[in-house]
Design a protein around this ligand. Structure first.
Ligand code: UDP
Length: 378
């Protein structure tokens, strides 16, 4: 079999598509395959009643990196969406991330000075228990960041529902993603650039994959040797443990399933994202998709709406792997696979599943660019 492609890219998600874009822009020939019947990986959207539905969960693009922001905007213009999720704990609403609005709703404090005094009081026990060492798990991290009341109302039950593990057994970095602010600012992210592609993420993926050959519904593992024979190099973005036939055992993931409903109301919950932070509600959050792209009066132009209830569970074979569980056991197993990957000739491993990392979109793109530049000595 003659080699036909410079790169065979396994997985048409954001990492694979960005790599393909850079390679084809530099005159390389790429074949991109995906076992799903669509491109885009987890940023894929489908249209339902004129609304772009984030099929694999809410994706909000945010970055501090002007080069990445300019890059994605050169593919498709972005809107002004700003993520301001609301938490619902047993019927009471709180703003997120943790900011002056939250502190007011929680404790009735109205000034930053009052809020600091309350936070210090709430954190004091956790801080004393640490005796100057770094928090060793998510529970310690959360208690030392925001204290007991917020931990118990907005973090503990939500996190244990999302991850299926005790907060004391989860890595601290997961909660460090969330800002704590002494201003009335409900923007979930600190980054200076944020938005959603106008017309949806599929436009961005289509732009990235222009110039590549694409085959969907095509599983690399059905004929690994054939696929290896048709390209000089492989960019593998699937699960690294599967690539090596699970020889060191399974890596664990959390999976997410969505219960989608079309409702005959123009505005169901008044916000794109509402988190249910109590343990009794079986889902973690409800997404109302139109709010990602329609603002103010525009929301009422469409008389119906689409919502998705998000349920989190442990990954089992056949399910979609979403969140890597980066605890000690899994990281030890991953390191073994990573060493094998480094020895694998002419295969580049990249992205959330191949690197077993909790990547947001902008870092995924940055990593793909870095990988391509290293690969081609740019
Ligand atoms: N989190 C929480 N309460 C919330 C939202 C988030 O405790 O209402 C914690 C939870 O542990 C979660 C982490 O913060 O895993 C990161 O949340 P984020 O919304 O960034 O996660 P993603 O959107 O990637 O699921």
């Amino acid at each position: 079999m003659a080699v036909k492609y410079d790169y065979l890219i396994v997985g048409a998600g954001l990492f694979g598509a960005t790599f393909a874009h850079l390679a084809t822009s530099n005159g390389k020939k790429c074949l991109v395959i995906d076992k799903r019947n669509h491109i885009g990986g987890n940023i894929y959207c489908k249209e339902v009643n004129g609304i772009n539905v984030h099929v694999y969960g809410a994706h909000i693009f945010h970055t501090n990196d002007s080069e990445i922001w300019n890059f994605v905007n050169s593919l498709v213009p972005f809107n002004r969406y700003t993520n301001c999720p609301v938490a619902n704990y047993k019927g009471r609403l709180y703003n997120l991330p943790f900011n002056m609005n939250t502190f007011y709703q929680m404790w009735g404090v109205t000034t930053p000075e009052e809020a600091v005094a309350k936070l210090d009081e709430q954190r004091s026990k956790a801080m004393a228990a640490l005796c100057g060492r770094e928090p060793a798990n998510l529970e310690e991290q959360a208690l030392s960041l925001v204290g007991k009341d917020i931990y118990e109302t907005l973090i503990k039950e939500y996190t244990e529902k999302q991850w299926g593990r005790k907060c004391s057994e989860l890595p601290a970095f997961i909660i460090k993603r969330l800002p704590v602010r002494l201003t009335y600012d409900n923007n979930y992210f600190n980054d200076c650039y944020q938005g959603i592609p106008i017309g949806g993420y599929n436009k961005m993926i289509n732009a990235l994959l222009q110039g590549s050959e694409i085959k969907v519904g095509c599983d690399f593992f059905h004929d690994k040797e054939y696929y290896k024979s048709i390209a000089d190099k492989i960019v593998f973005t699937g699960a690294i443990d599967q690539y090596f036939d699970y020889c060191y055992g399974n890596l664990e993931y959390r999976t997410v399933t969505f219960e989608e409903q079309v409702l005959d109301v123009p505005n169901y919950q008044g916000n794109a994202v509402i988190n249910y932070t109590d343990a009794q509600t079986p889902y973690t959050r409800v997404i109302e998709h139109k709010h990602f792209e329609k603002f103010g009066a525009e929301v009422y132009e469409n008389p119906c709406t689409v919502i998705s209830k998000e349920y989190s569970s442990e990954w089992k074979p056949g399910a979609e792997p979403f969140y890597p569980v980066n605890d000690e056991r899994n990281m030890r197993v991953y390191e073994q696979y990573h060493r094998l990957a480094e020895m694998e000739k002419d295969v580049i491993f990249g992205g959330r599943l191949a690197e077993y990392r909790y990547y947001d979109m902008a870092p995924t793109i940055a990593r793909a660019i870095e990988t391509y530049c290293n690969e081609s000595n740019i």
